[in-house]
Design a protein around this ligand. Structure first.
Ligand code: ZN
Ligand code: ZN
Length: 362
């Protein structure tokens, strides 16, 4: 046994206390990012070339006889009427800024897949996009029919942002940059391999998660979960970055955000593991032409079925009426969504179609 000087022993005696203080100091100054993996919901499957895959295998692609006319119709989209676009309600954000401290559970539809959610004393955004087109350039690409329901400047302090995948109608770098400039405390949660895109745009506070991983953020647990979709930002980067859905769980509320997805078995798995949800936000638009969309998007009937699988008490329609993305008439998705809810025996007040800018407590 080695002999130690009294001074040495004193230092050794202090060591545990110092270690504890160092851990506390680290935890306070820089919350450790340590996502935990639980259950059977991940990891996301990857091929030998590193590209991500869907659990059901490759999505069936429509041929050029479907896709070419579709892209030509989209190119002519500037002439499409916005007559049946969703209604708008004025929202100056005053209640939401005040509520950030009291945190009555609320959801606000800002448009498309962009929601502001408040629960468990946090405020967060899903797939925030404030841009006038959903494309790499502002002068072309799918046009916005309805302005965002809340000005970005009027938002409450945003604790975190959830990104579902890298398509331009969901991952809008201009908006993310503005949010990061507004507060360096805002954390951007993204599925695996999306971080570099954000960092390249100057958004530094990014955390990547795999399916099945979750992380504590304040009083809520943030879960990265499967979806059935695909990704592409440029020409050769298909499936290089993961796509995902998300759940946020507080003591008193459970919220699910489907992002962009086709119908798949994963909804029942997620509902079994993390449900029942108080509110599930489900995409109900961009389902025509069916041959092109059916494996990567939900139609309104499938959205309701997904909500039932998720064990969602209330279903909220998103991803329709905001951008000119697909062929179905603008008024059709919410009408079919309400009808599908009735057919499934769900009470009318639990099938939510908000106006853009509307806030509702859940
Ligand atoms: Zn997409
Ligand atoms: Zn989309």
């Amino acid at each position: 046994m080695t002999r130690r000087s009294p001074r040495h022993r004193a230092v050794l005696g202090l060591a545990p206390a110092l270690a504890v203080r160092a851990v506390i100091a680290f935890a306070v100054s820089a919350p450790a990012f340590a996502p935990v993996m639980a259950g059977e919901l991940g990891p996301a499957p990857r091929g030998e070339d590193g590209r991500f895959e869907n659990p059901a295998g490759p999505l069936v692609q429509a041929g050029p006889l479907v896709t070419l006319p579709f892209f030509m119709r989209r190119a002519g989209g500037a002439f499409r009427s916005d007559r049946d676009a969703p209604g708008v309600v004025a929202n100056d954000g005053a209640f939401l800024r005040e509520n950030a401290r009291h945190s009555r559970p609320t959801v606000t539809w800002i448009g498309h897949a962009t929601l502001l959610v408040q629960m468990g004393h946090v405020s967060f955004l899903t797939d925030p996009t404030w841009s006038s087109t959903a494309s790499p350039v502002p002068f072309a690409g799918p046009r916005r029919f309805v302005e965002p329901g809340l000005a970005l400047e009027d938002l409450p302090a945003i604790d975190f942002v959830l990104i579902s995948h890298n398509h331009y109608d969901h991952l809008d770098l201009g908006t993310l940059r503005r949010l990061a400039e507004r507060s360096s405390d805002t954390v951007f949660y993204v599925p695996l391999e999306n971080g570099a895109l954000l960092r390249g745009a100057g958004v530094e506070n990014v955390r990547e998660l795999d399916w099945g991983q979750s992380v504590r953020h304040g009083a809520v647990q943030v879960h990265c979960l499967p979806s059935q979709h695909w990704s592409r930002r440029g020409i050769f980067d298909g499936q290089r970055a993961l796509w995902a859905s998300w759940a946020v769980v507080a003591d008193d509320r459970r919220f699910y955000f489907a992002g962009d997805t086709g119908y798949f078995d994963g909804f029942a798995d997620i509902g079994g593991e993390l449900g029942p949800f108080d509110l599930a936000a489900l995409p109900i638009g961009a389902y025509e032409p069916v041959a092109m969309m059916r494996f990567s998007h939900l139609d309104p009937e499938e959205a309701v079925r997904a909500g039932v699988d998720l064990r969602a008490r209330r279903q909220l329609a998103i991803h329709f009426g905001t951008f000119d993305l697909s062929d179905e008439p603008l008024a059709e998705p919410p009408r079919r969504f309400r009808g599908a809810g009735r057919a499934a025996g769900i009470a009318t007040e639990d099938i939510w179609v908000l106006r853009i800018g509307e806030t509702r407590e859940f």
